[in-house]
Design a protein. Structure first.
Lengths: 286, 372
């Protein structure tokens, strides 16, 4: 939770007055508006069941795009394919013009795609700050010899990591918790920690997997603010989410999946009025 | 343990801090280390007068504790930090011991050269079998168990090289250019100092390592391989690094052991040794460098103490004496009790008890008090 229960009227997280420059270091790379991610004909079947089927879409740099769909529509599988956890049966995915399919997850992370998980996967027995420092792994170089002998290079790098990791904790409002064990955080803060850890990889595209699930209304509102912050840092946001209020409020474009297939794509207004979407997903509510 | 809270303390090494501050923080950071070093340095002074009444040759046992410490630290990095079990590490001690002994015996290599070569050879063998790390959990345990058995059979059956069950005898004692440790007048004490200097260096380097980027990556993959991988950690490579490091240290322990012992045979490096090493790691405390020292100490001393008990107590009842292996039973009982009352190991368990003594979930006595 962003704050203790029962203190609903106290101010929530406060943000640093300006965007940390190191977070925004890749802002200049590529102009806003070009295609940062282009997925075509992506297909993945599990024993005859197509979890993702001929999915094609593209994400423009600097936007917030949401992927919605009923449970089992293939949203998380799509994320797993994009981060290298699964290999697709066919299709291509280009990140900044480079194919990322077939690369192992740590290489994709180094290229600039970060993600969070639907079921929180922090490192519970490490401190909050150490969690974020693991996120900085691919941005640092110290090897075994350097670390064991505490060579000047690795001491400097370690000091830099300790300092830099605080910027990400500041961003999600966890700076006071930096030395607590991550597993001891309340659930909502664990979600925020995952976002901070993902940001620490210095990504240009971040894939958020149901970041609002399990959060209360207040926390969800704060989460929306954080997502805007991330976008303002020049990081493109792809968002899988069930909370329609949040999705409709913050996303510029929405992709709708059902049974692994794209059934609609467009602005929130277009999607909301799409009969296919209403039938498949919003039907009961609308 | 100390290595967990490191980022919270003022980080040493930041330019600008004065020399005095730096020295103070260095001392603070290595408080356990300095304390242990001082204890070990003065230990021989009162070890001698104590040894006779206790009926235990303390220096001789402490030599072995030092050797086991080196191996247990490596295994703790693999098991405690990287979370990969190995039930075959006894074999790597064997490989180190045999390599160094054979090099010294057959190739007439000086001991100060044969030991490092043995370490490298053992680490290379570790690298060679590292593909077993693709397996997880119980499967990895089974595979490493198998590796241990294979090496044991090799050592026993390659009679032309290893001497088979008769083993190797008259292995040259420890000696370095100018310093003949093994032939010193008080050679036990000389070996003791050599081994513990080595062990302290290993402890220092490993405690640096686990508090660094590399150590964090290992702990991260222990907790969630998927998350670590997606965060940019090359999971299989980190596992290999931990495994090769641990086999190298096992090789070092084995090589030194061969030269202080003077003879080796395959039956010293069986599954029993592997399990003893795992027990040291678990009893001492997983994910704790100092736990390796505590574990090695406890596991090495308990059998000796149990053995010496009759001398302390005067006479043992006949029915106890009839159980020829009652040492083993006491040993097992102590292990069971440790696991029940200090499941996170001696070092961590005690540290937690002190830190959270008021917490009824940690302190069993509190729990009772609360229930009443």
């Amino acid at each position: 939770m962003l704050k203790e229960k029962g203190s609903e009227n106290s101010p929530g997280i406060t943000f640093p007055p300006e965007i940390p420059t190191s977070c925004a270091r890749d802002l200049e790379k590529g102009a806003a508006g070009d295609e940062i991610l282009k997925v075509s004909d992506l297909t993945k079947t599990f024993g005859g069941l197509a979890a993702v089927k001929d999915v094609s879409f593209s994400v423009r740099r600097g936007m917030i795009k949401a992927i919605i769909g009923p449970n089992g529509a293939g949203k998380t599988t799509l994320y797993d394919l994009l981060t290298g956890l699964y290999q697709p049966d066919k299709g291509t995915a280009l990140f900044e013009g480079k194919s990322i399919l077939g690369l192992p997850p740590h290489r994709i992370a180094a290229l600039g795609i970060a993600r969070t998980f639907q079921t929180v996967r922090i490192f519970p027995r490490m401190t909050v700050r150490e969690n974020v420092m693991v996120g900085m792994h691919s941005r640092t170089r110290s090897g075994m010899t350097g670390c064991a002998l505490r060579l000047p290079g690795s001491i400097r790098e370690e000091a830099w990591m300790e300092e830099e990791s605080m910027t990400y904790l500041d961003l999600v409002g966890l700076e006071m918790q930096s030395d607590n064990l991550a597993g001891a955080l309340p659930f909502g803060q664990q979600r925020l920690l995952e976002i901070a850890r993902a940001l620490a990889t210095s990504p240009r595209l971040i894939l958020l997997d149901e970041p609002a699930s399990g959060l209360n209304a207040y926390e969800t509102r704060e989460l929306g603010e954080i997502i805007f912050r991330i976008r303002d840092m020049g990081i493109t946001v792809l968002l899988v989410e069930h909370d329609m209020g949040l999705v409709m409020r913050i996303s510029e474009e929405i992709l709708v999946l059902d049974y692994g297939e794209v059934i609609a794509e467009g602005t929130p207004e277009e999607v909301r009025s799409d009969p296919k979407v209403i039938e498949a997903y919003l039907g009961a509510d609308v | 343990m100390r290595e967990k809270g490191s980022p919270g303390r003022p980080s040493f090494g930041i330019p600008g801090s004065s020399l005095l501050q730096r020295a103070a923080s260095l001392l603070g950071r290595h408080l356990i280390f300095v304390g242990l070093a001082i204890f070990l340095a003065v230990f021989p002074i009162w070890a001698k007068p104590l040894s006779r009444p206790l009926g235990i040759n303390l220096i001789m046992v402490m030599r072995m504790v030092g050797i086991y410490t080196v191996a247990a630290v490596g295994l703790n990095i693999l098991m405690g930090y990287a979370g990969q079990i190995s039930l075959g590490h006894g074999a790597f001690l064997g490989i180190g011991a045999y390599t160094s002994a054979l090099l010294a015996l057959k190739a007439h290599l000086p001991v100060w050269l044969s030991i490092p070569v043995a370490v490298v050879v053992t680490a290379l063998v570790g690298l060679l079998v590292a593909p077993v790390l693709r397996l997880k959990g119980h499967y990895l345990a089974m595979a490493t168990l198998g590796l241990g058995i294979i090496f044991y059979v090799f050592m026993r059956e390659m009679t032309w090289l290893t001497g088979g069950n008769n083993g190797l005898r008259e292995i040259p004692a420890l000696s370095f250019p100018g310093v003949k440790i093994g032939q010193a007048r008080d050679y036990l004490r000389a070996e003791y100092y050599f081994i513990w200097t080595l062990a302290l260096i290993v402890l220092l380097l490993c405690s640096n390592l686990v508090r660094s980027r590399v150590g964090r990556a290992m702990r991260a993959l222990h907790e969630s391989e998927v998350a670590a991988n997606v965060m940019g950690v090359d999971v299989s490579w980190e596992k290999i690094k931990a495994f090769v490091l641990s086999t190298g240290l096992a090789g070092l322990a084995g090589a030194v052991f061969a030269h202080i012992q003077g003879y080796i045979d395959p039956n010293l490096f069986t599954i029993t040794l592997s399990i003893q090493l795992v027990t040291m790691v678990v009893v001492g405390g997983m994910e704790s460098i100092w736990g390796a020292v505590a574990g090695a100490g406890v596991i090495t001393f308990i059998p000796k103490i149990v053995e010496a008990l009759p001398k302390w107590l005067g006479e043992v009842p006949r029915w106890v004496e009839k159980y020829s292996n009652y040492e083993g039973m006491v040993f097992g009982l102590i292990l069971v009790l440790t696991m029940i009352f200090l499941p996170s190991g001696i070092t961590k368990g005690l540290a937690d008890l002190v830190r959270y003594r008021r917490n009824p979930f940690v302190n069993p006595f509190r729990k009772k008090a609360m229930e009443e």
